[in-house]
Design a protein around this ligand. Sequence first.
Ligand code: FE2
Ligand code: FE2
Length: 134
Amino acid sequence: MPTPQEMLERFQDSYALGDETIDHTHREFLELCLAAANAGGPEFAGAFKALFEHTSRHFADEEAKMQASGYPAFGEHRANHQRILGDMDRFCQRAVAGRAQMARAWLNDSLPAWFDLHAKTMDSALVVYLRQQA
Ligand SMILES: [Fe+2]
Ligand SMILES: [Fe+2]
């Protein structure tokens, strides 16, 4: 699985979906993943919290687009968001409480794999739909 750094390096070829706002948000997401992964001990919790808050807005913005356009797979896409945001929230709380080890492992191992698949399937399908509606 590519790291967030590698995903940013090959963003245009592998992750750009053609929606300016969503692509911009996804670059920011990867930059915040990278910043958290590189954050040293005392800075980790704050960096992880910044990622969590950004992800919360990222998902809310996509969900607003889905609702406004009557997107048929809204429920499934939102459920996937809610699952990952719930995990991120729990790891964020642990990190803020000084227990960063599991949050770091999740950030390094699970979150990049989730983003890779989610961007290439659910977000990609959403962008195709939005383009057809325009
Ligand atoms: Fe997204
Ligand atoms: Fe999404």
